[in-house]
Design a protein around this ligand. Structure first.
Ligand code: DHB
Length: 426
């Protein structure tokens, strides 16, 4: 069968939040793209993922006109509880930094982005196979793949965006001699469950205890998400419901608190890793989101980092096409990674501060309690947590990035105004 040729400006590998956000932002700037995804759309929409959007990510969805369902079905949270050895201590985001986050899971963000892409006529192709990247260091890179209808196809483009997640092909296209893989693994994982029950508390509870870490999160008025620290090699099969509830009760016990139980309908073990690929660029290939870096889940930064990367990348591409300048593209790695490394630190810090370290000495444990005491009682300590949790600006505020004269400039500037989200919690 002869190869079908498709011509576009930016070929995007991966239709997760990173790839779809990028396609939307480029469309705002009048730049064409084709998005390729190997998984079926329904499968991505049905995969349970983490649930917190930073304020800037909420603002991005709003500026793209994709916020209706997020506001109707998600919930604004104005703080979190840190529970330390049974003592509840609230971090009040509204008071400390005047910002909030939105509880709205990633798979719902994906559905809104995919529906929005279809409505705007963006070229997003699911269930493609055999994706391969070519000529990344030349003037005209291309992506070959087998389209869903079986046709061998080649996307010929100016740039390739690798948005294909931590196990994707894009990162591996950067030769090993040019790439540094900054990697850290943790000696624990998260056991995640979905439960049919009412919320046990108005806000998320991050609990540190002698029995380990637990996170009591939420989904809706009738469905809850909970996690607890486990051995990273453990299997859901080893945990019957009774054992799960005993563990969660032990981690979250506090005077007057009852953890609401219900039927558990999903169990998974989630590994904890920190990873950064450096550089994020190779010739005309640019990595964004999990394709370039991963964080452990504590603090829910993953999807929000993708929003930052693609905001920077979209503006850099707009500058190239509109103003004829490649300067922002050339500094993409440094710009994107300056935000990524802050979030890497925050995710590592939350993870280290809240989990029980296997083999910890009494010194380690007391030091950790001292740190938690400081973070929850000192305004400076809790302000850092509140600022990092609600998120830093998605793009640098320096001149060149924020060009208010363009439609894309307006979209990107909207997340700097610090508007409060309005929906209420369950
Ligand atoms: C959720 C996940 C997180 O990693 C987190 O820090 C907060 C919430 C969630 O899935 O709800």
């Amino acid at each position: 069968m002869s190869e079908r040729i498709v011509r576009t400006q930016v070929g995007i590998v991966g239709a997760g939040p990173a790839g779809l956000w990028l396609a939307h932002l480029l469309a705002v700037a009048g730049i064409d793209s084709v998005v390729l995804e190997k998984r079926p759309r329904a499968e991505i929409a049905a995969t349970h993922r983490a649930g917190i959007l930073e304020q800037g990510t909420v603002d991005l969805m709003t500026a793209l006109g994709l916020d209706a369902r997020m506001r109707a079905e998600g919930y604004a949270h104005h703080g979190i509880e840190l529970r330390v050895a049974g003592q509840a201590r609230r971090i009040d985001f509204a008071d400390l930094v005047g910002r909030a986050v939105q509880l709205y899971p990633q798979q719902e963000v994906f559905s809104d982005l995919a529906d929005g892409a279809a409505a705007k006529g963006l070229d997003v192709r699911f269930e493609v196979a055999d994706v391969a990247l070519h000529d990344l260091t030349g003037e005209s890179p291309s992506i070959t793949f087998t389209d869903a209808d079986g046709t061998p196809t080649r996307v010929v483009c100016d740039f390739v965006a690798g948005c294909d997640g931590s196990r994707g092909i894009s990162k591996r296209a950067i030769p090993e001699v040019l790439r540094t893989d900054h990697f850290r693994e943790y000696p624990f994982g998260w056991f995640g469950i979905l439960v049919e029950a009412e919320p046990s508390a108005p806000e998320l509870i991050y609990a540190n205890s002698d029995h380990g870490f637990a996170l009591i999160s939420q989904r809706t008025a009738t469905t809850q998400r909970m996690y607890f620290q486990c051995d990273p090699t453990d299997s859901p099969d080893n945990w019957d419901d009774e054992r799960i509830w005993d563990q969660l009760d032990a981690c979250t016990a506090a005077p007057g608190f009852t953890l609401r139980r219900g039927p558990i309908f999903d169990k998974t073990v989630i590994p904890m890793r920190s990873y950064v690929c450096e550089p994020l660029q190779y010739g005309r290939l640019f990595l964004a989101g999990d394709a370039g870096h991963t964080v452990p889940p504590t603090g829910a930064k993953g999807m929000n980092l993708a929003a930052g990367d693609v905001s920077v990348l979209a503006r850099s591409l707009e500058r190239y096409y509109r103003e004829g300048e490649a300067d922002l593209l050339e500094t993409y790695t440094a710009t994107a990674l300056s935000r990524v490394w802050k979030a890497q630190h925050f995710s590592w810090w939350m993870t280290s501060m809240l989990h029980t370290q296997p083999g910890a000495s009494t010194f380690d444990r007391r030091r950790q309690l001292g740190e938690l005491d400081l973070v929850t009682t000192s305004r400076a300590g809790s302000t850092y947590l509140a600022e990092a949790y609600t998120g830093w600006p998605l793009i640098p505020t320096r001149p060149g990035f924020l060009d208010p004269d363009t439609a894309l400039g307006n979209v990107l500037a909207s997340q700097l105004t610090g508007r409060e989200t309005t929906a209420s919690r369950p």
